[in-house]
Design a binder for this molecule. Structure first.
Ligand code: SAM
Length: 373
């Protein structure tokens, strides 16, 4: 739509799949008012009106009440880009929550098939499901410190004495001999921290409950992709610490889907999870630092998504998959299809034929990066 163009109420209702009555109601309460007129004198929506309506409808779909929405879209402290980031974060959170609910319901179905009744507590918990509340208990089975990656992270921390570990989980990469404070929003993950682990605060990266520059360093490992607003979280790390170290993934390089045989040949749905993911340049800019590649050793001890690149049979193992959120987030259909195809290709020798060159490598570049500032 050109700047000078406008849309009639009927056309907007048709495009947005809402009733004309809804649009009239928004008009009456002053939420979205068509501010222009067609040549025939009918009231019409300008480009700006449509932009506002789009935001209102998206917040509505997220379950916000009309009064709350009015406060959000009229918030003088935010601009359109900041509001889009907030909206995106909320939608990602909703998607993950749905994935968590599917997992919880699948578990209940399995239990019922075995004649086990789910407790009332667990039935109700589904509604408050957060991804790591649903999948977190499967985490410690295969997720542990990989010493070669830990060495890189600890070296990057330099001489920091006080360290904040954001999205700390069970504390896999917390450095010894430093004063560590952990931040972790999931109660299930906090409960699995070993006895004697660093103290852990229930909070999220985007709102760190600490004063400016209150730590020598802040670190975040394999967590940024879970944050509803990664850039806000990285800026928070920058605010509270003098040094920032982040172990994350670069989805912005061209051809990244082709880089790893698992996403290339079996799980292209991985691309959907990373759509809209900030570029490496945006992430490094948010902390004011640089990015270094981290190669993954063939026998990586931490079972994250890419860890078994030279041990493909591992992906056929349910506990290996349950400890990696990607599999829950793509949904059971994609998971079953990918695992079925991989199993068949391993049995027929097709996987080995296609990926013969990998067997000669001791470490692989699969897009993992250490951001250091
Ligand atoms: C893959 S685990 C990584 C845990 C740990 N850093 C490690 O390396 O083992 C991701 C963690 O990020 C946490 N997380 C999710 N959303 C978060 C947020 N907004 N802020 C901070 N942490 C978050 C999850 O609860 C989960 O514990």
């Amino acid at each position: 739509m050109e700047e000078h163009e406008h849309l009639t109420v009927g056309r907007v209702a048709e495009l947005a799949a809402v009733s004309v009555r809804t649009l009239h109601h928004y008009d009456e309460i002053g939420l979205v008012q068509p501010s222009t007129r067609t040549s025939a004198g009918y009231r019409a929506y300008s480009t700006g009106d449509v932009e506002r309506l789009r935001e209102v409808l998206a917040f509505r779909r997220l379950g916000f009440g009309l009064r709350e929405i009015a406060d959000l879209v009229d918030d003088p402290a935010t601009d359109a880009v900041a509001r889009l980031h907030r909206l995106r974060g909320l939608l990602v959170e909703q998607r993950d929550r749905s994935a968590a609910m599917v997992t919880a319901i699948d578990r209940e179905l399995e239990e019922r098939a075995m004649g086990i009744r789910t407790t009332p507590e667990n039935q109700l918990k589904v509604f408050g499901a957060q991804l790591y509340e649903a999948i977190g208990s499967a985490y410690p089975a295969t997720r542990r410190t990989e010493p070669r990656i830990a060495a890189r992270i600890w070296e990057a921390l330099g001489d920091a004495r006080t360290v904040l570990n954001v999205g700390a989980g069970t504390g896999s990469y917390e450095p010894p001999n430093r004063e560590v404070t952990a931040v972790e929003p999931s109660a299930v993950m906090r409960a699995q921290r070993p006895a004697g682990a660093a103290p852990c605060v229930a909070a999220s990266a985007e709102r760190l409950p600490f004063a400016d520059q209150s730590f020598d360093a802040a670190m975040a490992v394999s967590t940024v992709h879970h944050w509803p607003d990664p850039i806000a979280g990285l800026r928070e790390m920058r605010r509270v610490a003098r040094r920032v170290v982040v172990f994350t993934y670069d989805a912005s390089a061209t051809g990244w889907l082709q880089r790893f045989w698992l996403t290339r040949d079996y799980l292209p749905e991985f691309a959907d999870l990373l759509a809209g993911w900030p570029s490496l340049a945006d992430m490094t800019r948010a902390i004011g630092g640089r990015a270094e590649p981290v190669l993954i050793p063939w026998d990586c001890a931490d079972g994250f998504f890419e860890a078994h690149w030279r041990r493909p049979e591992a992906y056929l193992d349910e506990p290996v998959r349950r400890a990696v959120s990607v599999w829950t987030r793509v949904g059971p259909e994609a998971e079953q299809r990918a695992v079925g195809m991989l199993g068949a290709d391993l049995a027929s020798g097709r996987w080995a034929e296609r990926n013969r060159d990998l067997l000669a490598l001791d470490a692989a570049e699969l897009g993992l990066r250490l951001l250091v500032a």
